[in-house]
Design a protein around this ligand. Structure first.
Ligand SMILES: Cc1cc2nc3c(=O)[nH]c(=O)nc-3n(C[C@H](O)[C@H](O)[C@H](O)COP(=O)(O)OP(=O)(O)OC[C@H]3O[C@@H](n4cnc5c(N)ncnc54)[C@H](O)[C@@H]3O)c2cc1C
Length: 311
């Protein structure tokens, strides 16, 4: 069984950044990555300083080269189980056996649970969007339809209104806007269409119209949805951790450097922060990598002191 100082589970921007920080500190580190980064459907990753618009897979390829250049090992595989041992952890991998680690970093990202409407999945990440910072510029001045399904849909509508004068809020399953929220939407010129949406009409990955129950269609160039964000936390739960539930999803709570409530386990990226974008995920990965290294430095120093004191 291979043993490492650190096993990082997940090789997106968070995991690869953690691995690079650790490898540069001369830690033995394995990244196990199933190869399904959350933004894979998008053509480009935006707000990525120095690489704005780069294809998501191309960015991770650069990250992999950097991490392996400093000695990190990367396996394309899936971690399916994790348990504590006397000296750290054991992780079972789907195809390549079992590995040991002194510390674990969970950088497994999150799953976007999309509204169950025909057309949403087909155009997700292309013309079905959720994040104004990721794709807003690309749909500026276009006809944008927001499909209301969450208490945050009114807020999301105003965020996209910043990008286009032509925004329609389909109230669908959200609580009907009222009071201050309604005043703001109306004052900002948002059209509000009540009723249940039955589908998005798409051509390939392009949304053409929102279809209402009853058959009426309203043409749009992009649709905005509010997925439920669910951190991939099965391994954390196996190790005794519990996720924190919020109205928009669930995540693994951490301290500022990524330390979780489970000793020896850190979390970074979307696993720990549902709102983290590519660069902030990378930032939390570096922080977790640095914190894990510091923790191991302290443990190694204590072991050396004990050894020196032994006659
Ligand atoms: C459609 C879309 C477009 C986006 N566009 C942008 C954008 O333009 N700019 C921006 O800054 N952000 C964007 N984001 C957000 C961005 O995707 C996230 O911020 C980023 O991917 C988070 O990085 P991460 O490393 O935490 O997770 P991920 O990138 O999702 O990486 C997690 C990795 O862990 C792997 N994994 C999961 N479980 C296991 C397991 N058990 N074993 C092994 N591997 C596992 C996954 O396969 C994946 O490769 C977008 C998101 C979406 C949904």
């Amino acid at each position: 069984m291979n043993s490492y100082d650190v096993v990082v589970i997940g090789g997106g921007s968070a995991g690869l950044s953690a691995a690079t920080a650790l490898a540069r500190s001369r830690r033995s580190v394995l990244v196990v990555d199933a190869g399904e980064p959350r933004n894979a459907p998008a053509a480009g990753a935006h707000n990525v300083l120095g690489h704005d618009g780069i294809a998501p897979t191309a960015l991770l390829e650069l990250g992999r080269k950097e991490a392996t250049g400093y000695g990190a090992e990367i396996r394309t595989d899936r971690a399916v189980a994790a348990r504590r041992t006397d000296t750290g952890f054991e992780v079972d991998l789907d195809e390549t056996g079992r590995v040991r680690a002194r510390r674990l970093i969970l950088a497994t990202g999150l799953a976007d649970e999309l509204p169950d409407l025909p057309g949403v999945r087909e155009a997700w990440g292309r013309s079905v969007l959720h994040c104004p910072y990721c794709h807003g510029w690309e749909v500026r001045d276009r006809r944008i339809g927001v499909i209301g399904s969450s208490p945050m849909s009114g807020h999301q509508t105003l965020m996209f209104r910043q990008l286009s004068d032509d925004v329609t809020l389909f109230t669908h399953t959200m609580p009907a806007p009222e009071g201050e929220e309604l005043d703001r939407l109306v004052a900002r010129g948002v059209r509000i269409v009540p009723g249940i949406v039955s589908a998005l009409r798409t051509e390939g990955d392009a949304v053409r119209a929102v279809v209402l129950d009853g058959g009426d269609e309203i043409e749009v160039d992009a649709a905005v949805v509010a997925p439920r964000f669910v951190a991939r936390a099965e391994l954390y739960e196996q190790l005794g951790g519990t996720v924190t539930e919020t109205p928009v999803g669930s995540f693994v709570e951490t301290g500022p450097m990524g330390q979780t409530a489970v000793p020896g386990v850190w979390a970074a990226g979307n696993t720990a922060d549902l709102t983290a974008m590519v660069v902030s995920s990378a930032g939390s990965g570096v922080a977790a990598g640095a914190a894990v290294n510091a923790d191991l430095v302290a443990e190694d120093a204590e072991a050396a002191v004990r050894e020196r004191a032994t006659p």
